[in-house]
Design a protein around this ligand. Structure first.
Ligand SMILES: [Zn+2]
Ligand SMILES: [Zn+2]
Length: 283
């Protein structure tokens, strides 16, 4: 299962190498591994806790075998019950590896962006964004969002409910349902962690690209659809060039528009002479 997650991430990185070769290096960093591993462990921890409690479940409102399929009332009780027994992800995933990984992605992306523009700059060093409180604050709030307000818990909850529902409808005992939650989440936690790693890498890389462009006086940007494309992303591309501070049709100011979005944003009308003047280290 972990091998499957790593393969999917390698695929993503391989795709990214067209536009962002420095991301390639990220998968070899301990930060990357800790980030992915943290989420896999956290999701597994949530499921295990629910499974353990389900073994000793005595609340007949949660699942009564005589109802098949579940009534709306039972669904509500099951939903609430699972929610109450799932530890929140921020209790299971340490904050620092998440923030630290985002910082690595941010740095790698900014360096790569400058590399693409063909400059050796004073700004291109590991501490590019750390010296700028605005970007540090952005990464901090992104970390908080991921650990506290994102839909990670909802998605895991929905899958646990599904396993319980299917298990009970198949006539399993509570012990058997609990075992199947644990079995299933051995696999699910890896693929979920992979999805989170891909999506959040894309999120932070998108923000870092925006930061590099903004810092260098770029005025406009346009959306480029890559990968399979979809109506949301097509609309963004159809927006054409827009002000760097504006949002695209989807409401996003940069990629990605949704999980697994493979698009990128390009920046227009860079005044190369001015950029060179401001960034060239003079050597
Ligand atoms: Zn799309
Ligand atoms: Zn897209």
């Amino acid at each position: 299962m972990i091998a499957e997650a790593i393969r999917a991430i390698d695929d993503f990185i391989a795709k990214q190498t067209d536009t962002n070769p420095h991301l390639e290096a990220l998968k070899r960093t301990p930060g990357y591994d800790k980030f992915r591993q943290s989420f896999a462990t956290g999701i597994k921890g949530q499921a295990s806790k629910v499974a353990d409690d389900f073994r000793t479940l005595s609340d007949p409102r949660v699942y009564d075998q005589s109802y098949d399929p579940l009534t709306d009332t039972q669904k509500t009780h099951l939903n609430n019950w699972v929610g109450r027994h799932m530890p929140p992800i921020h209790q299971l995933v340490p904050r620092y590896p998440v923030f630290n990984y985002f910082r690595q992605v941010f740095n790698a992306t900014v360096k790569n962006r400058y590399g693409k523009w063909g400059f050796k700059t004073k700004a291109v060093d590991y501490n590019f964004e750390v010296s700028n409180p605005h970007y540090t604050a952005q990464l901090n709030s992104h970390t908080d969002y991921l650990l506290h307000k994102s839909t990670i818990d909802d998605t895991t909850k929905a899958r646990i409910i599904n396993v319980i529902d299917e298990g009970k409808q198949a006539g399993m005992t509570n012990d058997e349902v609990a075992d199947s939650i644990n079995d299933e989440f051995d696999q699910i936690s890896g693929t979920r962690a992979d999805m989170i790693a891909r999506t959040e890498t894309a999120n932070v890389a998108g923000q870092a690209d925006m930061a590099a462009a903004t810092e260098n006086g770029v005025q406009t940007k346009h959306w480029v659809v890559a990968g399979p494309g979809c109506p949301i992303c097509d609309d963004n591309e159809a927006d054409g060039s827009i002000d760097i501070n504006d949002s695209f049709s989807s409401g996003d100011d940069t990629v990605p528009a949704h999980p697994n979005c493979e698009c990128y944003v390009d920046f227009d009308e860079i005044d190369l002479d001015a950029l060179a003047d401001s960034l060239w280290d003079g050597s």
